[in-house]
Every structure is written in structure tokens, then in C-alpha cells.
Write a protein that binds this ligand. Structure first.
Ligand SMILES: Cc1cc2nc3c(=O)[nH]c(=O)nc-3n(C[C@H](O)[C@H](O)[C@H](O)COP(=O)(O)O)c2cc1C
Length: 220
């Protein structure tokens, strides 16, 4: 049986308030028509205990990597935060398909997504450094990003300013993911009268992407 992790980076609790999550639900429902037995885990980042990279994490990691300390010699805070980070990464790694749903906020993704991704960059677990440069270890896994935007970033003067989808795509590519095209619903705050049309188009694209992803088998 395959597993899909559905990651929502939005303080809104559900799809009643979030347009991104409405599109995400279309994706999940369509995915299930092709893979009815898929196990879906929802990671709602605002409900999770995600450790920030602070002095405990930095120093704890340095102690283990370069300073010859054992885990038992770390402070309580260092050990607890490092364990949380590794547990989160282990939980994340254990899937085949990944759907990220985020709004663009101030040109990027909500900061909580960066904190989450920071927990996944662990040398020798999710990537390794080779003579030819870094190499992602999460190969084979499929991912898609669904992003909602108040303005327009696909054409025009704001193209270069978009940093949320760009960051997430590059981070996942670095880790070895096989990425599908982003589904974005844009211009919804700038052109409110067009919201039904924009949402209908994004939902259709999400459904198509779901069918395509669900037909791709993952070999890990
Ligand atoms: C704090 C904040 C910052 C935002 N910054 C941007 C932005 O930089 N560019 C943009 O196009 N829309 C921006 N928006 C608008 C949201 O991206 C847009 O309303 C989106 O549709 C929200 O998706 P949701 O309904 O899933 O929450 C911002 C919204 C908030 C709350």
C-alpha cells in the first residue's frame, strides 16, 4: 500500500477558510479514485511541534558532528530538540507521494514551511555530499506544490519576485524528489470577480495532476 503525506502550511484550520485547501481536497479525492487504498497522513504544520534552528540545535549538532560528544553528553534541551528534528524527518521520509499546499505570503511561503524544511535537511539521512557535489537521497518520491496567490506571478513584473514556490521546488529537488508542475491559483485578491473562474481552472489542473501522479508507481 502506498502512502501520501498532505502538508498544509496555513494557520487556517480547514478548507472552509482556505482556497488552497479546497484545491488540495480536489487533488486528494481524485488521487483516491485511482489509488483507493492509499494511506494519507495530514501534516498541518501549525498543529505540529516543529523545532526551530536555535542555539541548542546548532550547538547540539556541532557537538555530535565535530566535537566528539556522545548523545548522552548533550544538554537536555539539545538532545530533545535534535530528537524531535530526527523524528520529524523519519516521519516525513516514510512516504511515496507528497502534496504541499501553501499560500504566498509576502513574496515567499509562510515561515513555518521553512522551519519544517529545515528539519528535513540532515546529512546522510536525506542528502549526502559527494565529490561531485550534494546528492539528494529521497529519490523516487513524487511531490507537487499547490500555491494560492493574491496577485499575479506567472507573467508580468512580479515573476522574479516569487520566492515561495521557487524555494520549495529547489529544496525538494535538492533532496532528490521527482517534482510535478506546480498548480497555482493566482490573482484572486487583485481580481475578486474572477475567483470562481480561477478556482475552477486550478481545481481542474489539480485533478489532472492527481490522476497523473496516482498512475506513477514509486520505487524506493
Ligand atoms: C500575511 C499575508 C501576506 C500575503 N502576501 C502576499 C503576497 O506577497 N503576494 C500575493 O500575491 N498574495 C499575498 N497574500 C494573499 C494570499 O496569498 C491569498 O489571499 C491566497 O489566496 C490565500 O490562500 P488561502 O485562502 O489558501 O489562505 C498574502 C496574504 C497574507 C495573509
Amino acid at each position: 500500500m502506498s502512502k501520501l503525506i498532505y502538508i498544509t502550511a496555513n494557520p487556517k484550520p480547514d478548507s472552509k477558510l482556505s482556497r488552497g485547501m479546497q484545491i488540495g481536497e480536489v487533488f486528494l479525492n481524485e488521487f483516491k479514485t485511482i489509488q483507493p487504498d492509499v494511506e494519507i497522513e495530514h501534516m498541518h504544520l501549525y498543529d505540529m511541534d516543529i523545532p526551530e534552528i536555535d542555539m541548542d540545535l546548532l550547538y547540539g549538532r556541532a557537538k555530535l558532528s565535530f566535537m566528539g560528544y556522545t548523545k548522552e553528553q548533550l544538554s537536555e534541551a539539545e538532545r530533545t530538540k535534535l530528537e524531535k528534528m530526527h523524528a520529524l524527518a523519519d516521519r516525513f521520509i516514510a512516504a511515496d507521494y507528497y502534496v504541499f499546499v501553501t499560500p504566498i505570503w509576502n513574496l515567499g511561503a509562510p515561515a513555518i514551511l521553512k522551519s519544517f524544511m529545515d528539519c528535513l535537511f540532515i546529512a546522510e539521512k536525506t542528502f549526502t555530499n559527494t565529490e561531485a557535489g550534494p546528492k539528494g537521497l529521497l529519490t523516487g518520491r513524487k511531490a507537487i506544490h499547490i500555491q494560492t496567490r493574491g496577485g499575479i506571478y506567472s507573467t508580468g513584473p512580479m515573476v522574479e519576485f516569487e520566492s515561495g514556490d521557487r524555494y520549495l521546488r529547489k529544496a525538494l529537488e535538492f533532496l532528490g524528489f521527482d517534482l510535478m508542475d506546480t498548480v497555482f491559483a493566482e490573482g484572486m485578491d487583485h481580481f475578486p470577480k474572477m475567483v470562481p473562474e480561477i478556482m475552477a481552472k486550478a481545481k481542474e489542473q489539480a485533478a489532472e495532476a492527481a490522476r497523473s501522479m496516482a498512475k506513477q508507481t514509486v520505487t524506493l
